[in-house]
Structures are given as structure tokens and as C-alpha cells.
Design a binder for this molecule. Sequence first.
Ligand code: AQP
Length: 334
Amino acid sequence: TPRVFSGIQPSGNLHLGNYLGALKRFVDMQGPEKETVYCMVDLHAITVWQEPKELAHSTRELCAGFIAAGIDPEQSILFNQSQVPEHTQLAWIFNCVARMGWMQRMTQWKDKAGKNQQNASLGLLAYPSLMAADILVYHATHVPVGDDQKQHLELTRDIAIKFNNDFGVDFFPITEPVIEGAATRVMSLRDGSKKMSKSDPSDMSRINMTDDADTIAKKIRKAKTDPDALPSEVDGLSERPEARNLVNIYAALSNQTTDEVLAEVGGKQFGEFKPMLADLAVAKLSPISTEMARLMGEEAEIDRILAKGADKARAIAAPILRQTYEIVGMVGAK
Ligand code: AQP
């Protein structure tokens, strides 16, 4: 059976980009013919500073978000990364397989480290190595992610290939990235050239999964657009990043293609389209945020779900790590 793995960082402000690019697709991939493993990657989150109390809160809130969006903890394995030490143990092996130059080429490293790379954490540089371990410690075959993670997944493949070559084995699978749908890259509502992101200082740039209906409507009303009417075909969006973004969001929320949406709304002005989008967004997101808030009132239950998920995850990860240790030549690995 195909095994699906993916993760989201509990670094606060779970947003519409995370939902459409990742979470909603995790839900769509859940099914009896697949094994689905979903992780709150808290060890990734601390590659940049996190206040301890906020990290704990965000981890539980993210877990609530997964469940509220439709992940069933009985059907999927749902847990936080730090409870499964095999991730970090395999990441160390991968740190010794991967090359410095591979890490330094990553655009996320360059963007997040900024000009002062000497002052960035070593963990931020090694981030993709831990991510490769997250995936490969389950021998996952399919990884649904947003477009921004494409480069890291290519690196995951490179690490698997190099490990297999170095040790002359056919052990780690070559993972398939699953980057599909109308919203693989949701852009900021304030700037069509920047992706919607948790860390954007402007709250108006993103729709948070915890925003209430009025806030969602206001953010969409104020979203940056151009003065022209919407085109009837996708080609007409090519030089209009803000318009394209809003149409793509509409398409993803309504489970349509961008073409199908434009067939319906082509010719409309934003004055008419934005309220349609706001109504749709509120209809789809409000039930999730209400359920998230309810679940957050049951902290002990969330912790129980995460602990149980971690046990199930370890049952898969531990034997794969043990075999890896054996391949590498660690004494006592059996
Ligand atoms: N704007 C986006 N559009 C589509 N997908 C997105 N993802 C993130 N932003 C968008 C996808 O969400 C999953 C989890 O992302 P992450 O938690 O690893 O964080 P990130 O990619 O670093 O997201 P942020 O929100 O931009 O966080 P910061 O601001 O901390 O960098 C991934 O599958 C990602 O592709």
C-alpha cells in the first residue's frame, strides 16, 4: 500500500495557504487504500526562535486544525515530531550523507537566513536533512506539499539516492512529491509576488484558520487587486498575479479548476467577485475554526491523540531506523 507522509510546522498562524496547499489535500488523500501519516513538525519550528509556551499552544492548535479539517486520528497517524525520536536519529545519518553545498543552495535557507547567515541556527541550514528523515523513516512513497517545498523534496530524493549508492543498497524509496490542485502556491493578499506565510508581519496578508467571518470578509474586501474585470480564460490572468491568486483560491475552495471558475465569473468586476469569494471562504472555513476552538477546550484529549499517534508512528519508524543502523555498521543495532 502507498504510504503518504506530510507535516506542518506549529509556528503559529495556520493560514489559508497551509489549508489549501497542504491540510485540505491531506484530508483528500485519506482513504482505506492508503496509509496516511501526518506530523506536527515541532523540531522544524525551533530552527527559528519559538517562545516555549507558544510552541506548545501552536502544536495543540495545529492538531485541533488537522482534526477540524477532517483528519480522523483513527484512520491517519497524527502526532508531533519530537515524540518520535527516530526522526532526529535518522536525520543525523543523513547529515553525514548530504553535502553542505546541497543545503546552502536551498532557497528557503537563503530567504530565512537572510544576509546574516553566520547568525542563523545550524538547524535552519540542516532543515532539509531532517525533512528527508521525516519522510524516509516511514519509507513514505507520496508527499503532498505546497509548491514552496518542491526543492526540499528533490533534496530528499538526492539523499535517498546517495545513501543507496554509498552503501550499495536499495533501501530508501525515491519519493514522489504530490503538488497538485489550483492552490499549490497561495499568495499574500497584499502582494501577489509573495507567498502567503505564517511569518508575514502583516496580518492583512493572510487569512488565518482562526479568523472570524467578519475578519475573513474584511481581508478579502481589502485584498490588493487591479481595476480590470475578470477574464474568461486562464491566459488572461498571466500578467495579473493578484487576480490570479483570488481566482485560484476560489477554485480550490469550491473544488473546481481555474477554468471552470472563470467560465462562471469571467466579465465580473472585483466589486462583485470579492463578496462571492468572501461568502465561499466563510462557508468553508468557519465550521473548521469553530471546531478548532471547541477542541482547544479539550487539551487532555489532544495530548492523548498525539501520544497515541506517536506510538503508532514509532511502530513503523523504529524497525526502519534499526535497519538503517545495521546498513551503516552500527554495533548493537539488531
Ligand atoms: N502560501 C502557501 N500556499 C500553498 N501551500 C503553502 N504551504 C505553506 N504556505 C503555502 C504549505 O503548507 C505546508 C506546511 O508549511 P510549513 O508549516 O512547513 O511552513 P512554511 O512552508 O514555511 O509555511 P509558512 O506559512 O510560509 O511559514 P513561515 O512563514 O514560517 O515560513 C507545506 O506543505 C507548504 O508547502
